[in-house]
Design a protein around this ligand. Structure first.
Ligand code: HBI
Ligand code: FE
Length: 289
């Protein structure tokens, strides 16, 4: 299987993982018996740390789903997770060697199959890893697939991705994924909460995202998101805030062709600047002493 390097963010990088065992759709076997006791232990320590951090920060849909998933003690068998998930929203998780080409990625999402990386980070990467590993995918992404509306959004996104390929609009659509599925925030009656997997699976960013006044928090606007660059190896300079998952689904269910035609000739926005028309969220009121 010749592996084309996968663009993740704006940088081409040879993907980590053993692609020689990948099938044509880039899925592979999880090989659960190959995980060592040390890897199960590293995974359970990653899980315990994030579990402590998500309370009061993650959205309710994420916290509710986490209760369904008995996957704290050791690396779960993907088949068992898929059984639970299938009953809830018809999604499956499928094992992949790591980052896969966009078309394969979109195709899996369009089939309600979420790709979960089989390799786990090393102990040296306990606090930070750039590339998505098993823990990021499982802890960050899988719980929200239990939410019916978010589950529909993810499939609509996959279908949209396959269409974007024909408009040469991959880079625009990847920004939508980045600023929602990976780094999205949601406004709730109890305050702003996190739903983006990249934040939920990161100890540093989860503590920072809601309280640090420096990153911009902008109310979600589809065209604004599609035009805004992002960095993949630093804390985000801008977060976009939705009001409900239904909003994401409605926005993505529309035909993007006229939007691509309008936006493709325009320059991208940098990741750290306010633009005319932005509806900024006020920074959190300083905690009253
Ligand atoms: N592959 N396994 C995997 N996981 C991802 O999140 C992923 C990918 N390939 C491409 C990709 N993401 C991005 O380009 C998407 O944001 C479009
Ligand atoms: Fe991810």
């Amino acid at each position: 299987m010749k592996v084309t390097p996968v663009t993740y963010g704006q940088s081409q990088r040879p993907p980590r993982g053993d692609y020689s065992v990948a099938r044509d759709d880039y899925t592979c076997d999880q090989a659960w018996n190959s995980y060592t006791p040390e890897q199960h232990d590293l995974y359970s320590r990653l899980f315990a740390r994030q579990l402590r951090l998500v309370h009061g920060r993650a959205c309710d849909e994420f916290l509710r789903a986490l209760k369904h998933l008995d996957m704290a003690e050791r690396i779960p068998r993907f088949g068992q997770v898929s059984e639970l998930l299938g009953r809830a929203t018809g999604w499956q998780i499928v094992a992949v060697p790591g980052l896969i080409p966009e078309e394969a990625f979109f195709r899996l999402l369009s089939q309600r199959r979420f790709p979960v990386t089989v390799w786990l980070r090393t102990p040296e990467e306990f606090d930070y890893i750039v590339e998505p590993d098993l823990f990021h995918d499982l802890f960050g992404h899988v719980p929200l697939l239990f939410d019916p509306v978010f589950a529909d959004y993810m499939q609509a996104y996959g279908k949209g991705g396959l269409k974007a390929l024909h408009y040469n609009a991959l880079e625009l659509l990847a920004r939508l994924y980045w600023y929602t599925v990976e780094f999205g925030l949601i406004d709730t009656p109890h305050g702003v909460r996190v739903y983006g997997a990249g934040i939920l699976s990161s100890p540093g960013e989860l503590e920072r995202a809601l309280i640090d006044p420096s990153p911009l928090k902008i109310r979600f606007d589809l065209r604004r998101v599609l035009r805004t660059r992002y960095e993949i190896d630093d804390f985000q300079k801008t977060y976009f805030v939705i009001d409900a998952f239904g909003q994401l689904f409605e926005e993505t269910a529309q035909d993007f062709a006229p939007i691509y035609q309008q936006l493709l000739p325009l320059p991208a926005h940098p990741s750290d600047q306010v633009q005319p028309g932005d509806r900024l969220l006020a920074p959190p009121a300083a905690a009253t002493s």
